[in-house]
Ligand binder design. Structure first.
Ligand code: CMP
Length: 139
């Protein structure tokens, strides 16, 4: 099968709630292979760079303050239809709107503290994993 790569980032609220391993399990159960993985902490400046496309939006400061408030787990994942499948698995941004059984429905608190980020296109996935990983860190 023709597999592709996507990127995701488990957010600080998941570390606080101690549900990182539960989220990882959901991702693995869905058939994704982990090709790169690291835990790190973003500075406010790095978070602003990562979420650059949201500059100027009402929630930008809230989002980047939250993302830089604790650890994140960045991952490069491989599967057929990787971007579309992972977006479906994580569910809508706002957990009250997310479908039953999705990661955000299960683990998110609100629109800011929403457990996990997943790339919305293959182009953005490459930009986003390059932010965290060198080529040598992706298998
Ligand atoms: P994420 O998938 O990481 O991509 C952009 C993030 O911006 C999104 O998840 C939310 O956490 C955040 N976001 C989007 N819309 C809003 C909003 N209306 N209020 C607060 N945060 C938002």
């Amino acid at each position: 099968m023709n597999t592709r790569f996507t990127f995701c980032m488990i957010k600080p609220d998941s570390f606080k709630k101690d549900c990182v391993s539960d989220i990882l399990l959901e991702i693995l159960k869905a058939g994704f292979k982990i090709r790169g993985i690291k835990i790190t902490m973003l500075t406010k400046g790095k978070a602003e760079q990562f979420y650059d496309i949201h500059q100027g939006k009402e929630f930008f400061d809230r989002l980047t303050t939250f993302i830089s408030s604790g650890p994140v787990m960045a991952m490069v994942l491989e599967r057929a239809n990787a971007v579309e499948t992972l977006r479906e698995l994580i569910g809508k941004t706002d957990p009250t709107q997310a479908a039953e059984g999705t990661i955000r429905k299960l683990y998110a608190t609100n629109t800011t503290q929403n457990a996990i980020h997943a790339s919305d296109s293959y182009e953005n996935a490459e930009r986003e994993w390059s932010f965290f990983f060198s080529k040598r860190e992706i298998y």
